[in-house]
Each structure stands twice: as C-alpha cells, then as structure tokens.
Design a protein around this ligand. Structure first.
Ligand SMILES: NC(=O)c1ccc[n+]([C@@H]2O[C@H](COP(=O)([O-])OP(=O)(O)OC[C@H]3O[C@@H](n4cnc5c(N)ncnc54)[C@H](O)[C@@H]3O)[C@@H](O)[C@H]2O)c1
Length: 715
C-alpha cells in the first residue's frame, strides 16, 4: 500500500499499475468532502514519489463512484468570504490538474453514481469506462451553483458545447448508453466485466494504442469554435436555457456565460473564470435556498426512515376504499412501486374509471420507454378492483378515499374495520375532516390516522401523515413506511383543521379575497404571485383546485379558526360558487377554460367575472407589487409559525418542504421560513404593523415576536 487514509487509498499492483481507490470510512457512499480533498492531495504527493508507474486506475470501493461534494459543508462555506470560496475550488482544482498531468495514462472506473465532483475527477482522467448500471451528471445548477472543479471547462471540450450545456443546465443524470453516445465515456460494460474492460483500456493506453496526448491537449485548449460559430451558437443556447430555467434560477445561464467567456482560454485561465462564477453564485439567496432544500430533504428522509424502522409490520399488501380521482391514483402509485393493492368501490363504473386512469398513466410510461408492456401488465395485475371486502383480512393498511362527507366516511370506516385484521392500519385521505372526529367511528382508534395525498397522486410528492389524539406510534410508523414504499415524501403532523398544508394555504387565499374586496384585479394578483415564483396565482389555483372544493374547505377552516379565517364579507370566490363557476372542472371560474385546437382547456380572460364580483368589491385600483406579495404571504407566514409553535409540525425544515412538495412553493425561495429569514423577520414585523387593519391573520405570533426580540432566525 502506497497510501492509506479514511477517505482513499493508493495501492501498487504487480505490473506497474497503481490504483487510487475512494472509500470514505464511516459513510455508506463516497463524497468529495474536505477530508477527501486533503487526502487526495496527500495521495498525489505519495504518487509523485513512486517510481516506474505505468498507469493509474481510479476506482471506488463503494456501490457508488463518488456522489459529489459534501453539501452539508456548503452552508458554512457559502457564508464565508469570497476568498475562502475561491480556495475551496482552487484546492481540488490543483488536485485534478495534477491528476490530469501525470506522466502516464489514467482510467476512471465508474461503477456507480459519479455526480458533480465525482464526475469532474473522471473528466480529469484520460479515459473513462462506465458500468451499464451507473449514472453520471453535473447537477450543481439544481443547487443554484455551477460545477467548480473544472466541469464547465473539461466537459464542453470533451462532448461539445451544446451537449455539455444541456447536461449542466438541466443537471440531469445520464445513463451509460447516453454518456457513451455523447462521448463522455470511452466504453461501457456490464458491472461484472467493468474492471476487465478498464484494465484492457489502460493496457491499450500504456501500449500507445489509445492517444492520450491529443485528448490532453484538447482539454487544455480553447474551444474549437471560430467567432461567428461561437456568436451564433451561444446566442441560441442562451435563449433556450433562459427559457427553460426561468428568470428565478440564475445558475444555468451563468454556466453558459462562463463557458462563453472562457471559450478562447486555456485550461488554467478558464478555471479562473469558472471559479469566479462559482463564487458569485454561491453568494446568492437562490443558492442558499436550494442548498437548504437539499439539506432539509435529507433530514426529512432521515426522519421518515427512522419511522419506517419503528414499524413492527411492513406493508406487503394494501387496500384503498374509493376508486375516484384520489383512490385510483393511490392504487396506481402503490402497484407501480410494488405493493399490491385491493381497490374497492361501491359501483363498477367507479372501478372502471380508476383502472382506466392507471392504464393511461402506465401506457404513457411504456410509450416513453420507461417501462415494458410486460411490466405494465404486472403493475395492472397488482391492482385488484372489487366491489366487496373480499380479501381485506390479508392487508396491512387500508387507505380510505371515499367522498368527503363525514357521515359516509363514518359508515365506511366502521364497516371496514370489521373486515380487516385487528392489527391492520386504517388511514383516511380526508382533506378537511378532523382525524379525531373520524376516529370516533372505529373501535381501534389507535390503529387509525390520516394519510393525506395531494392531487394528482402520481405527480405530487407530499403525503401528510396525520396523528390523531389516540393514534399509536405503530400506526404512524407503518403509514410512513407505506408512503416511503410509494416513493412519497411523508411529513408527520398533528391533527388540526386543514392539517398543515391546507391550514396555511387558506389564510393565503383569504389574503387574496381581501385584496379583491379592496379593489385589486385578480389577474394582476395572479401575475404578481406567479412572477414571485408560485406555479399558479391564487385565482388560477382556485380554479384548478375547484371553486366548490375551495369554498367547502374555507368553511371548515373558518369554523376551526374563526378569529383568523372567518371572512366578514362575501368573497369573490363565494360569488363564483353561487354562480356555478366551479373552475376548470366546468369550464368557468375566475377564468374561462376554452378548448384549444388540440382539445386542451386553455385559460382565457372572462369579462363576466368582473361584472359578477363588482357588487361585492371596491372600485378597481392598482396595488404595488410588494404590497400584493405581503398581503398574500403574511397570513401564510404567521399561520405556519403558529403550526410550528403548536407542535403541529416538528421543524421549519419539515414545514418548508411540506409546502414545496404539497403545493409547489417556489423552490428557489426555499420555503416560507427560509423566505422569512431571507427578507428578515424585522421586515415581516414592519409589514405586519402596516397591514394590521387586515385582521389577526396579519399579526405576528408570540413565537415570532420572541425570535425577533432575540435576533434569531428560523434556520
Ligand atoms: N380530489 C382532490 O384534489 C383531493 C385531494 C386530497 C384529498 N382528497 C380527498 O380524497 C377523498 C376522495 O376524493 P376524490 O376527489 O377522489 O373523490 P371522487 O368523488 O373522485 O371519488 C370518490 C369515490 O368513492 C367512491 N365511494 C363512495 N362511497 C363509497 C363507499 N362506501 N365505499 C367505497 N367507495 C365509495 C365513489 O364511488 C367514488 O368513486 C376525499 O376525502 C377528498 O377530500 C381529494
């Protein structure tokens, strides 16, 4: 052994081949953390002293190659001065440059994920061979930054500017076949033959049959584009990337800028441009928010995993009651992820509809090559449509998704309990009815909880797992375990009207109602909030959710929290409801939905809306952009703070992710608590004072006041 540390080792084999093997001790995966960077420097020092080396293999002893930089180190790093960020990139760039300049060939053996820094070290090697099961990519822009260890320099020089930009701007993982086609790797091999292929490649390089010098020269040289080509090419790429990324995500555009600025430079100069771009992005609120989201997500997974471990009975078979929009979606998702499911409805038409929906989603997967027809058959076979409770005694969990009516749910839950095992869990997908109220219908309330999915089930990541007063830990554990199996993000919350997400969404809608009451134009509000980052403005969102659903839920919320959520005026949404304008579902809500040429409902302006609401709203007037934002967002902030203070949700991280995954809160803002930290609690307090006349929903909570007084932040 030439060198051995807690991150990697350097071993000499008989034939003058040295193997640099990454194996981060005490971790299940390899990361490019500061320890690894330092150890790599030491290993290269040791390698320099080694005589008669003919070639280098770069390998991993883990199931992955290297998953990327250690993102937990980013928060602190990004807080430091620009110089420290520069030395962060410079240190490992020096490593990779040394590796790239070794006086013998090097081959990276990509056995599993090689992402970010993990791929950048491979790009510094002369040749790359990749397992057919591995994936590679440069996902940094997803964190609001760009590759900082030569990725923006080497990748375009290896695979061409267009392809390299697409890889970096989307941050997508690339499969082996695509990587080979792009020229990012030189060979791919089945996992069990990977090492042999790598050895053969290295052998050929040593024998001079593979030309490493030309490759090295290419990576050190300016991009092979003349001025005209470059102008045309970068102009097109930039507009395409700008369109895809949107104005709130600066990193993908910066990638293009950096590549363009460095196109005529050699490696060293180009790396300086990259480092400057990296440091600039690292200082943005967007990077801080996106890195925060990543870390929150890790925390959420950890919490979910620890619940799963507590579950005494795993979910091997499930059942769902109701084959409607939600029940059908739940059955599809469960079957897709390998948990067979019984789907019960009271009429055949319902079952047919539920199955047709699953069929449609699966057919789409097949047509996109993401699934074979045989696999599609298997998934469909894992859904058992039925009109009776037959076989319910063999399921570990039942999700109730029948109509949102407490009486019907009571009857259905009571009846279901008689057909399932004593230890089976019953979970309701209700969106508004109290879990404690529903628990009154069952004899084993300890086995009962909420499992609130979001529509459409297959697309929305969040599941709220709701603990009632009598819910046992086992019920929560098994329900979270089931959500995990379904590939969903489970957030455990305590029971209250609206649970977590709807409880904070409705005050936001109330803010909208008050804006309209005071003369704002609903289209203007939508525009401002969409620009602010929401996928849809509040009027459009109301139409998509369904005006009837919204009015019903608003009633439940008003009853639950009258001091903040009871409106003492007729809201524009209620006017829509009274006029049978139910939103997208019947073609008219705030907007009208007119089928376009392809039959797809297109949102259009409907002057009738203004006429209908006119008697209930003030004369139209303009509101400042910031005024609209704070009037909309403040009630959401205070209600979320209340949920945290009341223990409805466990942490700011879980609360922020619930809104991201449940209702599409803009990721570049990180979440509500992250946004409060970004704009400063003091500004929230100032706005609260300014808007005090709008009611209690705009008042800071005790906890917020205490934080403000102590100068604390949520993160
Ligand atoms: N649609 C949404 O956006 C959404 C989102 C989250 C939660 N939810 C909740 O999910 C539940 C279902 O909503 P949905 O939109 O799927 O409703 P839906 O009307 O589309 O489907 C309800 C289904 O339940 C069936 N049903 C009625 N009584 C039954 C019984 N006794 N046994 C078995 N099946 C019965 C009906 O035939 C129908 O197929 C509701 O509690 C709703 O609040 C809905």
């Amino acid at each position: 052994m030439i060198y051995q540390s807690d991150a990697l080792s350097l071993e000499r084999h008989d034939d003058g081949i040295v193997e640099l093997c990454f194996d981060l001790k005490k971790e299940s995966v390899n990361k490019f953390d500061q320890l690894t960077v330092q150890c790599l420097t030491e290993a290269l020092d040791a390698l320099d002293k080694e005589q008669d080396v003919r070639g280098l293999l770069v390998t991993s002893a883990k199931g992955v190659f290297i998953v990327g930089a250690d993102i937990t180190e980013f928060t602190e790093l990004f807080d430091t001065a620009g110089d420290d960020i520069a030395s962060f990139t410079a240190h490992n760039n020096a490593n990779l440059n040394r590796l790239a300049a070794l006086p013998y060939p090097s081959v990276a053996v990509i056995n599993g994920f090689a992402m970010g820094g993990g791929l950048e070290i491979c790009l510094a090697c002369d040749f790359r061979v990749m397992s057919t099961t591995a994936k590679i990519g440069l996902p940094e822009t997803k964190l609001g930054i760009l590759p900082g260890w030569g990725g923006t320099v080497r990748l375009p020089r290896i695979i061409g500017v267009d392809e390299a930009v697409m890889w970096m701007a989307t941050g997508k993982e690339q499969r082996a076949a695509d990587a080979l086609k792009a020229g990012a790797v030189d060979a791919i091999a089945e996992a069990d033959q990977l090492r042999d292929v790598a050895m053969a490649t290295l052998g050929q390089a040593i024998d001079g049959k593979l030309d490493r010098e030309t490759r090295r020269a290419m990576k050190h040289s300016p991009l092979p584009l003349n001025d005209t080509e470059a102008t045309m090419s970068f102009f097109t790429i930039k507009s395409m990337v700008a369109q895809q990324a949107g104005r709130n995500y600066p990193a993908p555009i910066k990638v293009v800028d950096v590549i363009e600025a460095a196109r005529g430079m050699d490696l060293d100069e180009a790396l300086k441009v990259e480092a400057a771009g990296f440091a600039e992005l690292a200082k943005t609120d967007v990077a801080r928010a996106l890195v925060g989201v990543f870390l929150n997500d890790q925390l959420l997974s950890k919490v979910a995993k620890s619940w799963e471990k507590k579950a005494q009975t795993p979910v091997k078979r499930a059942a769902v009651l109701g084959a409607g929009i939600m029940g059908g979606g739940i059955a599809y998702q469960s079957a897709l992820k390998g948990v067979p499911i019984r789907m019960k409805d009271i009429n055949q038409a319902g079952l047919d509809l539920g199955l047709a929906e699953a069929n449609k989603l699966l057919a789409k997967r097949v047509s996109r090559g993401r699934m074979s027809p045989e696999q599609m058959g298997d998934v469909l076979n894992a859904i058992d449509p039925q009109l009776s409770y037959e076989g319910f005694d063999d399921v570990d969990i039942v999700v109730e998704a029948v109509v949102e009516n407490p009486k019907v749910k009571h009857a259905v839950l009571g009846e279901t309990e008689k057909h399932i095992r004593d230890d089976a869990i019953l979970a309701s997908n209700t969106s508004t009815i109290s879990i404690d109220l529903l628990a009154e219908a069952v004899e084993r309330p300890e086995n009962f909880c909420g499992m609130h999915f979001f529509n459409p089930v297959h697309a929305m990541p969040l599941v709220e797992v709701i603990r009632g007063e009598k819910t046992s830990d086992e019920a929560i554990a098994r329900t979270v375990a089931y959500a995990n199996r379904m590939g969903k993000k489970a957030v455990v919350v305590n029971n209250c009207p609206g649970f977590l997400v709807n409880r904070v969404l409705f005050p936001y809608f109330d803010g909208f109602s008050k804006l309209l009451r005071d003369g704002a134009d609903f289209q203007a509000v939508d525009k401002v909030m969409e620009k602010w980052g929401w996928p849809m403005g509040p009027a459009y969102l109301s139409d998509v959710v369904g005006i009837d659903t919204g009015v019903h839920a608003a009633g439940v919320m008003a009853e639950g929290f009258p001091d903040r959520m009871k409106m003492d005026f007729k809201t524009a949404t209620e006017v829509m409801f009274d006029n049978d304008r139910l939103g997208q579902k019947n073609g008219r809500g705030f907007y009208a939905y007119v089928p376009d040429k392809r039959g797809k409902a297109k949102k259009t302006v409907d002057e009738a809306t203004y006429e209908l609401i006119a008697p209930n709203v003030a004369d139209r007037r303009e509101f400042e952009r910031d005024d609209i934002v704070f009037r909309m967002m403040l009630p959401m902030c205070t209600e979320l703070a209340r949920c945290l203070e009341e223990g409805i949700v466990g942490s700011p991280a879980e609360a922020d992710l619930a809104l991201l995954y449940g209702i599409g809160f803009p990721p570049f803002r990180g979440g509500v608590f992250r946004w409060i930290d970004t704009v400063c609690l003091q500004q929230i307090a100032d706005q609260s004072e300014r808007l005090a006349d709008l009611g209690k929903a705009y008042e800071l909570t005790d906890g917020m006041r205490a934080k403000l007084a102590a100068g604390e932040t949520y993160y």
